[in-house]
Design a protein around this ligand. Structure first.
Ligand code: FES
Ligand code: FES
Length: 203
């Protein structure tokens, strides 16, 4: 696969539009919409965090969730707000390499830590992470709203050693809900993505 081929570029654009920018407005019915960012009070905690390899020094409201800080302060809207209660997995990101529900994670707790979101997966040359590519190749998305969280969870699932069998993948991906019911293709994508990760393209 040539990462710079027109087909790949086209797929990548379509994928990023679907999963990182405007994913599934119709699907957001019943989902919590992101509210306006609350201005942090004077003396608000300072949070120094590395997000997708870039250091940020933020003044944040003490109770702000990592999800809201990512979406509203850093404009990283690829991470989705679904339930906002830790039940759907749409907001999954990695903190120090481990998956977390960012809606349940206080941003202040991420001081001095490293966060990676869906926007931080592609390589410097623009090539998608092999798990992103596997989701494209297996048509593992319909509206795409759950896809960033599914992919972040899938990568963690493989790194944790929990993608050995289909049953394992189902179990360890069960915290990520898909309202479109794309589970069969998601399973195929995670299985294939796991194989590609083990092939050394991405750790
Ligand atoms: S938004 Fe549903 S688990 Fe965080
Ligand atoms: S919610 Fe639409 S693809 Fe999963």
């Amino acid at each position: 696969m040539s990462d710079s081929s027109p087909a790949t570029t086209l797929d990548r654009r379509a994928f990023m539009v679907t999963t990182a920018s405007v994913a599934g407005p119709a699907l957001t019915a019943g989902c919590a919409a992101p509210g306006p960012a609350a201005a942090p009070p004077a003396g608000a905690p300072r949070c120094e965090v590395v997000v997708n390899g870039r250091p940020h020094a933020l003044r944040i409201e003490a109770r702000a969730s990592l999800l809201d800080v990512l979406r509203e302060d850093l404009q990283l809207t690829g991470t989705k707000k679904g339930c906002d209660h830790g039940q759907c997995g749409a907001c999954t990101v990695h903190v120090d390499g481990r998956r977390v529900a960012s809606c349940l994670t206080l941003a202040a707790k991420c001081d001095g830590r490293e966060v990676r979101t869906i926007e931080g997966l592609e390589r410097a040359d623009g090539a998608l992470h092999v798990m992103q590519q596997a989701f494209i190749d297996h048509d593992a998305l319909q509206c795409g709203y759950c896809t960033p969280g599914q992919i972040m969870a899938a990568i963690a699932c493989v790194r944790e050693g929990h993608a050995q069998t289909d049953d394992q993948i189902r179990e360890y991906m069960s915290g990520n809900l898909c309202r479109c019911g794309a589970y069969v293709a998601i399973l195929e994508a995670v299985r294939d993505g796991a194989r590609r990760m083990k092939g050394g393209d991405h750790a």
